[in-house]
Design a binder for this molecule. Structure first.
Ligand code: 5AD
Ligand code: FES
Length: 356
């Protein structure tokens, strides 16, 4: 598949072509990563943020947001809950902070979770751009994967959706540092942004390949009314949803052995969004395990699902949904990206998973 073919598929409205695309992506998924879905319980533990991204509901200029931060104890409690449920791994996500108090706070939590779960719970971080030293400290404390979305691979588009002084190059530098330190590296983009072209999206797929990315988390862009981008001409949610599914399928076909998440943003636009994501080639789901009382304050975009469900309800609703499409859940496993091991060991060494 070349760039022009990717663009043609992104543009097509032909139902037969689209169904063929999903079928092909699903076959490739089964061949390369199987039909086991891995869970990452995500804890969105604080909405305090030093950044001001034009699309994001918790940007620092949004004064309507009540700012919160869970205590270390609450974060650890939620992590242990995930561990006891057999989730295998968690994601810690928050707004971006780089002050020493924060760096140490995360470091201490990582050490504690690793100790309490005998090193068995996998931990992914999604805490934005940081220095090499910080990435390294957190890696040494036990995190083994890091998600840092590039948001778009196009520098000019990146400038348009971020405040003056934003630095696309620094994101790239961060991805590089994460790889060097030894993290499994995840990135992704928003799909259907204002100003974004089909060519931009095709370049995003090529970017994932060129950068040898292990994990992809991308989803449709959803307008948040209290952000600067809301005043622009935006695609319909239906358009962005379909583009989101096509991007998953194209990434699966083009990259084959990476982990791809069916993100919550898909589910926000369609109640069956995550299942459709799995059927288009995704193999990872990120159930929200943030305690319910905090969720309403962590709205990156509007219409986020599961705001008033507790984590256990989310779990059983997920289990039913996954068996309904004939897939199984990889409980008690890290579910690492096969691509990472190939990248590291040229395919010679098998996954060393302490849980297996
Ligand atoms: N719509 C969709 N995704 C968004 N994100 C932030 N704001 C929005 C939005 N309005 C995504 C960004 C960020 C991730 C944590 O959430 O890609 O990296
Ligand atoms: Fe900080 Fe979105 S702008 S988390």
């Amino acid at each position: 598949m070349n760039k022009n073919q990717i663009i043609d598929i992104l543009k097509t409205q032909d139902e037969a072509v689209i169904q063929e695309l999903f079928k092909k992506a699903y076959q490739i998924k089964q061949q390369h990563v199987g039909s086991t879905v891995f869970f990452r319980g995500i804890i969105e533990f604080s909405n305090i943020c030093t950044k001001d991204c034009f699309y994001c509901g918790i940007r620092k200029s949004n004064k309507k947001v009540y700012r919160f931060s869970m205590t270390a104890q609450d974060i650890i409690r939620a992590s242990l809950w995930a561990y006891e449920q057999g989730y295998g791994s968690i994601v810690l996500q928050s707004g971006e902070r780089s002050d020493e108090d924060f760096v140490e706070f995360i470091e201490d939590i990582l050490l504690e979770i690793k100790k309490l779960t005998l090193n068995k719970l996998g931990i992914t971080l999604s805490l934005g751009e940081q220095s090499f030293e910080t990435f390294k400290r957190w890696f040494d404390a036990g995190a083994h994967r890091y998600l840092l979305r590039i948001e778009t691979s196009d520098q000019n588009l990146y400038k348009k959706i971020h405040p003056k002084g934003s630095d696309h190059k620094n994101r790239l530098k961060c991805l590089k540092m994460l790889g060097e330190i030894g993290y499994q590296v995840g990135t992704g983009v928003m799909i259907g942004l204002p100003f974004q072209t089909y060519e931009n999206l095709a370049d995003d797929i090529l970017f994932f390949k060129e950068w040898d990315i292990d994990m992809i988390g991308m989803g449709p862009y959803i307008v948040h009314k209290d952000t600067p981008l809301a005043s622009l001409d935006n695609n319909t949610p239906e358009t962005n949803f379909m583009l989101g599914l096509k991007m998953i399928a194209l990434a699966r076909i083009y990259l084959k052995d990476v982990n791809i998440a069916a993100t919550t943003a898909l589910q926000a636009l369609d109640p069956l969004g995550r299942e459709k994501g799995l059927q288009a080639g995704a193999n990872i789901i990120m159930p929200n395990i943030t305690p319910v009382e905090y969720r309403a304050n962590y709205l990156l975009y509007e219409d986020k699902p599961c705001l008033d469900e507790n984590a256990a309800m989310c779990r059983s609703c997920l289990e039913n949904r996954i068996s309904s499409i004939g897939e199984t859940i990889g409980f008690c496993q890290w579910g690492d990206s096969p691509h990472f091991f190939k990248r590291k060991n040229a395919g010679k060494e098998k996954e060393k998973n302490p849980l297996s």
